[in-house]
Design a protein. Structure first.
Ligand code: GAR
Length: 210
């Protein structure tokens, strides 16, 4: 089994979906640690209920982003994950930090990237009258919500939707998508190359001259 750490800031419904998926027979990962930057994140209690090791690194306890990230990195090193999943971790990570986990850190984002990076995606989707919305799992790189895509799921925007009904539809898709994307990474079926391209094992290596 691959060792997986999950980083959260809040509710932890994606964490919950990942925990459930990893408990199924034949799933290639185990969640061995949960890291939160918020001491009151509901996901912490959930992790503890499953006997998963938790670490809280509150940004307010550190004088700089660098010092906070060093502490997060140290916590990750005690967990020794093969893969790190960001699941509602609401803090931008520096290039220096992300570089240490390049190719083994993934994130879920509530939009069909590269559309609607950043916050309040559901509100912005409604404002643009987009008809198709969804979620994306991608490798984490320095830019916000910019890393190479691993998997996506689409949901319709329906007449009468508000941000809440739309968010709920997307969240349901997230809970299916994240475990399947994590499995692809854990089984080595998708990986990031040194040039930042994602390779899916279903496709041949791209020609370097292309
Ligand atoms: C999820 O919708 C996730 O995609 C989003 O936060 C929510 C966390 O919910 N992440 C981002 O917006 C990252 N920029 P959860 O705590 O219940 O999993």
């Amino acid at each position: 089994h691959k060792r997986v750490a999950v980083m959260i800031s809040g509710r932890g419904s994606n964490l919950s979906a990942l925990i459930s998926a990893t408990m199924a027979a034949g799933y290639p990962c185990r969640i061995v640690g949960v890291i939160s930057d918020k001491p009151d994140a509901a996901g912490l209690k959930l992790a503890q209920d499953y006997g998963i090791e938790t670490h809280v690194l509150d940004r307010r306890d550190y004088t700089s982003r660098e010092a906070h990230e060093d502490a997060v990195h140290a916590a990750l090193e005690t967990v020794k994950p093969d893969i790190v999943c960001l699941a509602g971790y609401m803090r931008l990570l520096s290039g220096a930090f992300v570089g240490k986990w390049l190719g083994s850190m993934i994130n879920i984002h509530p939009s069909l990237l590269p559309s609607f990076r950043g916050l309040d995606t559901h509100e912005r989707v409604l404002a643009h009258q987009v008809r198709l919305h969804g979620c994306s799992v991608h490798f984490v790189t320095e830019g916000m919500d910019e890393g190479p895509l691993i998997a996506q799921a689409a949901v319709p925007v329906l007449p009468g939707d508000d941000a809440e009904t739309l968010a709920a539809r997307v969240l349901k898709a997230e809970h299916n998508l994240y475990p399947s994307a994590l499995r692809l990474v854990a089984e080595g079926k998708v990986r990031i190359t040194t040039t930042g391209k994602v390779l899916l094992d279903a496709f041949p290596e791209p020609d370097p001259d292309d």
